[in-house]
Design a protein around this ligand. Sequence first.
Ligand code: AMP
Length: 328
Amino acid sequence: MTTVFAEVADPRSLPRPLSRSLGIPIFDTVAGYSAALDAVRRNGRTVGVVPTMGALHAGHASLIRQAADECDVVAVSIFVNPTQFGDPSDLANYPRTLESDLATVAAAGGQMVFAPSVGEMYPDLQGGAQATVSVPDLGARWEGASRPGHFDGVATVVVKLLEIAGPCRAYFGEKDFQQLAVVRRVVKDRSLPTDVVGCETVRDDTGLALSSRNVRLSSAERQAALVLSRALRTGAALMAQGENDPVAVERAMAELVASEPSVALDYAVVVHADDLEPATTCATERPLRLLTAATVGPVRLIDNLDPRPHRHVDAGRREMASAAGTMS
Ligand code: AMP
């Protein structure tokens, strides 16, 4: 019996996991996982979920750690969702590393794993679902324009995973900024009992955003890929110097990426952080985000940056101070 269920009154009523590894129960059925989380909640404990596609790295681990700080029991799902891949070779080449993933989950404070098969998640069709979820506007631009159907696949599997999990806090990375926006939107529109928590992007020492796909980059490609985070920082620096024209910021980012011939830029844009619509001016109180995507060797990489992080902190402080009556 692990600590997850230690205080459940009648242990015979507990769902049985497929197996255990490092003391972590691994569920591969919807019914077992869902019953296990129900048992946790019946026991008066809160649930945090971290949906992933596996090949876990320090970025995923930071989500799991934050969930463990804020919730009593953390469940990590590991499912390479076929319906969000347009390119069959990308799906076939997606890294699968379950054994080391379990060690990462355990080290970061996760207590349960849900690793279903494709047939378990999509029982009636091979790798598909008939009742799908779609977020047409938010899901059609940027990544959606280059990867048609991608966000329908994401929205569909996230709604399934969150409905299976039941009331919980769900942790998603800002690394996939558009995905986070899509998730917030579907949770709101579908009235799911989920608190969505966005977590900061984890980067390596060179500034490259961690991604499961980075393992497919050669060392030269990895070096070239740094131009993306540099372009984002350049865009943010221009805005800090008073550049209010998004077109000028976008041009500067694109020119920098163009200086790296092995990187094929898809987009480098200034958008509103909530609906991801292109910004028409940077002189706005609305939060903005810089988004970029490019192909480097065999891999499509995405990255993003809050160009004015202090401004939002300052605005938050101003709001709190004025609510407390300490500011005029
Ligand atoms: P994935 O396994 O790539 O589907 O990612 C699972 C979750 O981890 C998503 O919410 C991602 O946004 C998040 N994630 C991936 N990479 C990072 C990173 N470098 N920093 C923070 N979160 C990340």
